[in-house]
Design a protein. Sequence first.
Length: 366
Amino acid sequence: MEPNKRQRSAIAAASASAEDVETDILPYQVATELFPEVLQFLTLRCRCSLGLVCRRYRDSAKEGTAATINEKLREKHIADVISVADCNDQVGHGTGFGALVRLDWMIENGGSWEATAPLLRLAHHYDRIPALPLSLTTADVMNAQDKTLYRSRPEALRQFSVFSRRVLDDMGRSMTDLRRDPITQRDRIAGLELAVFTDTHTGPNNVPPPPHLLPPNHPFRDNFDANDPACRLNGRSAGSFRSLMIEHMIDARVHKAIEKKPRKREDRNRYDKVIELMKRDAPIFGCKTIDTLGPSARYVILSGDKAGDEFAAHLYIKGGQVAATISLWTTEQPQGNKKMKVGERFPRTVQLVREKMGAEVSVIGL
């Protein structure tokens, strides 16, 4: 919808007032009180300038911008995991007007956010994030405010940078704070260097390939996604950045329901079955499947990554020349004591894994 003649006049007056910080703000008052619908045509930069000089209307402008952002979050299907904090507190606990403008830009230029929602849901189930939706504050926005750096990162890292400082370890400290090293110009996660792989070398033949170019026969090449590339952190690699972050944080507040470690010579049938699950094309059992190297292992996310899941559960699978491992982990609160059968201690988890695995559930002893 295009603005009519009267609206265009109000826009011009409002924009003119934004250029002059000494103005008495009457044009903005006219534009907002007489033509409230005109606000949809004003740029966020203009709104920000007006907000800085028009204290009387700044709070309402902040609320309007926050509402715009929340609407975008709903459109991108992440409103259940991300929200905007209370606008009234600008000292690190809420979201100031300038930060709201930056956040709107980040959401708009962050790409398709829907794939980030499962990561945040799992972070919550594993007690890495206290509550959802995660309320973004001025401090979060300032942590990722460099536009050039933001644009230079792959989509998954762009989005993660907005809330990376909010994912906590067992001591309540940030465990995934994403920052660019000013000396090496490489990204770091909580101080550890993050290697972001690429699958192509676009430079001339006489130019050395990038330091993290995947070799031709690398297992992560087949499903490589430039928006969510394979990465390595602290010696462990995964086929995508989001998968690496999930693997990095799912060991918290979790109970081992059952585990089998078949040896090749003593339990050959079970051993072969675990090895087959390890090599089977992903995803297995219709669930998100994460493959890691260093050491080689596989995680099957049974629950916790979807809206409405009440607990998280995953399978851990590891193969070896002599023995293999398959174990079931869950955040479901155990019933009774450790002497009880696994189906009695974790009834919902056992029911879930039987539904997911079908007849193959026998490999884990259920």
